[in-house]
Design a protein around this ligand. Structure first.
Ligand SMILES: Cc1cc2nc3c(=O)[nH]c(=O)nc-3n(C[C@H](O)[C@H](O)[C@H](O)COP(=O)(O)OP(=O)(O)OC[C@H]3O[C@@H](n4cnc5c(N)ncnc54)[C@H](O)[C@@H]3O)c2cc1C
Length: 293
């Protein structure tokens, strides 16, 4: 990962920040290098690695200081495509997983709406069954990879009960589905964040992902993977920040503030990072039902 970052990311990422997107080619190269399907079935090109491998990957990836690039990748590997991995049937996996793992098919997940963020059960986008199709109507907001994704996993209401939500697979280009607008942010500039609009968007009945009305629980399950990836991302950033700080205080001429104070601060941060690192490690094992469960 470190070699990949030095060769394919660090020299170009400043320009990606200015462009407001990470080129698709980079994800294809990551796919070729085997980074995008670490936990997934070898049948589809994955590595079938154990539950700790993804957090180790997320931490190593996050040694880059370019959060926009990192979140582009982590949404694909740890936040969107796990929906297909956990709930997709064999036909859906066979159809989409090879492209996802190879980095040809970029994924996004659409849960948040203008009126529903933390309160997932409050979402209003609806899916109505009509013969062999589902018809989606509604708007999703703050969707990472929203502009450049090829495949979207969308949460929509399929019943009147509060938790009657289902997940759907929506391909880019489906009539009635459009990217409303690309949203401006103050950071993570190379990560595209968008509004998605569904207006009588008809998708085949076969694109229901997992059980009807059980999508709320899929979302909650996948949030665990997201949280672990984001914790690993924070630890990776912290590690890099400490390395940069230590390099700075080593090279720096002592001035008004003695170097030893800066070193003491860095040591304290190192200890806190080590503590933080211990926290998320047992979680993937617990989720996988392995050692430490
Ligand atoms: C850069 C970026 C990328 C994102 N990418 C995606 C994506 O790819 N897909 C996607 O679906 N979403 C995405 N999101 C949306 C993100 O998941 C939501 O922002 C998040 O769920 C919070 O929702 P909200 O912004 O509506 O805040 P709110 O839910 O309105 O919360 C605002 C504040 O109120 C607090 N709060 C909320 N409810 C309560 C309560 N009952 N009691 C006490 N405090 C409460 C919250 O903790 C928070 O501090 C993204 C957001 C950002 C900023």
């Amino acid at each position: 990962m470190a070699r990949f970052l030095a060769r394919e990311v660090e020299p170009f990422a400043e320009q990606w920040e200015r462009d407001g997107c990470v080129p698709r080619e980079v994800l294809r190269k990551m796919g070729e290098a085997g980074f995008l399907g670490l936990m997934y079935s070898s049948q589809h090109g994955g590595a079938e690695a154990d539950a700790l491998t993804n957090p180790v990957f997320a931490e190593a990836l996050s040694q880059s200081t370019y959060g926009g690039f990192i979140i582009t990748v982590l949404v694909h590997t740890d936040m969107a495509s796990p929906h297909l991995h956990h709930a997709g049937n064999s036909e859906q996996q066979a159809k989409y997983m090879p492209g996802v793992i190879a980095g040809r098919t970029i994924t996004a997940v659409g849960i948040t709406e203008p009126g529903a963020g933390s309160d997932v059960a409050g979402l209003k986008t609806s899916a109505r069954r009509d013969g062999d199709h589902w018809v989606l109507n509604g708007t999703k907001l703050f969707i990472t990879n929203g502009v450049h994704a090829d495949l979207y996993f969308i949460a929509a209401r399929t019943g009147t009960a509060r938790h009657a939500i289902s997940m759907f697979i929506v391909e880019k280009g489906t009539p009635g589905f459009s990217v409303g607008r690309s949203l401006e942010k103050t950071g993570w500039l190379s990560s595209d964040t968008a509004e998605l609009v569904f207006e009588d968007c008809r998708i085949p009945a076969a694109n229901l992902l997992g059980e009807q009305d059980k999508g709320f629980y899929s979302v909650m399950k996948n949030f665990q993977t997201e949280r672990i990836a984001l914790a690993a991302m924070a630890i990776g950033h912290c590690t890099r920040a400490l390395e940069m700080t230590l390099a700075y205080v080593r090279d720096r001429r002592p001035s008004a503030r003695p170097c030893s104070t800066s070193r003491w601060c860095a040591s304290a941060r190192h200890a806190r990072r080590q503590g933080a690192r211990c926290a998320p490690v047992p979680l993937p094992l617990r989720l996988a039902g392995g050692a430490g469960a």
